[in-house]
Design a protein around this ligand. Sequence first.
Ligand SMILES: [Zn+2]
Ligand SMILES: [Zn+2]
Ligand SMILES: [Zn+2]
Length: 177
Amino acid sequence: MTSGATAHPGVPDHEPVGFDAHDHHRCVETGIAAAEAHCTAEGLRFTPVRRAALEILLGEHRAMGAYELLDRLHEAGFGSQPPVAYRALDFLVANGFVHKIERLNAFIACAHPGATHSPAFLICRMCEAVAEAQSAPARGSLGDAARATGFRIERTVVEALGVCPACADKADAKTPA
Ligand SMILES: [Zn+2]
Ligand SMILES: [Zn+2]
Ligand SMILES: [Zn+2]
């Protein structure tokens, strides 16, 4: 598929990923390669279940709940007990390969593997597709407010709810002007 927007990687880090047509095969390949390199460098074990969980999440540009991931892992030949999925997710989130979407209580593969970043998420309220963008909220007015009160921000969660390009027509049809 082709589109005006070229596929990542190669796009600037601030561009949202996930709503554009792109060479999806590369998402999985690049994500797995980045995780492998990170684990090798840090002496971490990229076990088969961790790899399988990341592959499943990289294959989707949407957030997946732990139980759905567990089902998929089970289909792939892994155990069916919830700790199987939770332990893999803990590892993937702790190492930045996967992010948690608080609003959906679900998980999504990082769209900028290997990059240090604070993600912001654009969540479609109709189909729950999620795109990852970059944000630096601590540098904006939130940061000013924190500094003014002596608060030290350790982590911010940015999740925007709206309508993705694929659902825009449906959304317009439902709310005629
Ligand atoms: Zn993709
Ligand atoms: Zn990310
Ligand atoms: Zn949508």
